[in-house]
Design a protein around this ligand. Sequence first.
Ligand SMILES: Cc1ncc(COP(=O)(O)O)c(C=O)c1O
Ligand SMILES: C[C@@H](O)[C@H](N)C(=O)O
Length: 365
Amino acid sequence: MVAESRHSRMVTRTVDLRSDSVTKPTEAMRAAMANAEVDDDVFGHDPSALRLETEMAKIMGKEAALFVPSGTMSNLISVLVHCSIRGSEVILGNKSHIHIYENGGISTIGGVHPRSVKNNEDGTMDIDLIEAAIRDPRGEIVYPTTRLICLENSHTSCGGRCLSVEYTDRVGALAKKHGLKLHIDGARIFNASVALGVPVSRLVQDADSVSVCLSKGLGAPVGSVIVGSKSFVAKARILRKTLGGGMRQVGVLCAAALVAVQENVSKLEDDHKKAKMLAEGLNRIKGLRVNVAAVETNIVYFDVVKGAAEKLCKNLEQHGILIMQESPISIRVALHHQISASDVQYTLSCFKQALTGEVQEDNGI
Ligand SMILES: Cc1ncc(COP(=O)(O)O)c(C=O)c1O
Ligand SMILES: C[C@@H](O)[C@H](N)C(=O)O
């Protein structure tokens, strides 16, 4: 515990807003892990993995599903299955997680060429710019071959903004028109579904594959799931093994994930409300700038007007507030089911103290 100077409060709690990937397994998840029915999943016999995959395929409205150790691996496998022929190209957002935060794996491991299109502030890419990025087959002597379009919903780097079902359907229609496949990085697709009030299966209806993170807002300790057609998932299973992602008694993890899916989807709306509450509070603090209207789910980006984001993060850490610096002037916070309304109020008081010197006692409730 970091002792504060006598002019301010002792640190009374830790509020971890670095990401929604930081949650700890609940008691129910730990019990499920301890009692999980397991077998060898490489042989396709782990009953808890099969149960989770069956449930996720049903929820997402797809034929099949595959448990994968991480969202990065599930995106990589999905792109590589769709782009299995050398010289393939994928159209994706210039701010997409696949393009920015996955070590360029689709190229360095998969040999797939990325063709980035500018992301708008709302996470979309202009449909006409996507169509313009599709390679003309007549130029095959010099061009890669476009085989896939990737969307991200909700969009992490665009502040957790949601792609509408209408937009997704239009991109799906464009992909079909050109004989392309559509993959959705749905790390937070349940957040988008809840925020839009659209069933998750409808939101991904036109997608040939979806990567769903169980370890983000759903709160599972580990893992993602790929959903798609039976033939797609069969190929994904082989590639998962190739990449070293085939695991043995993985039911221990899948049992926790099943609890997460059953218990935490209903908590996402509350995460969004707390994110909005935090954004509104931060926007009232002199020295911070927040686009409150852009907060649609559990992620909030904001600017430190005087550009001292690193100093502010360090100051807040001394009060037990953990946040993610995005740039010299911007910060990101992500709400999750283990952040209470009281934590939000405590966080706001710590920001206020750090920026204005005003100290408020933490009443701890
Ligand atoms: C949109 C998006 N896709 C994929 C990932 C990768 O997930 P993982 O961290 O499990 O590899 C993340 C990480 O949070 C993400 O935000
Ligand atoms: C930082 C990023 O890679 C991670 N996916 C997150 O949103 O926390």
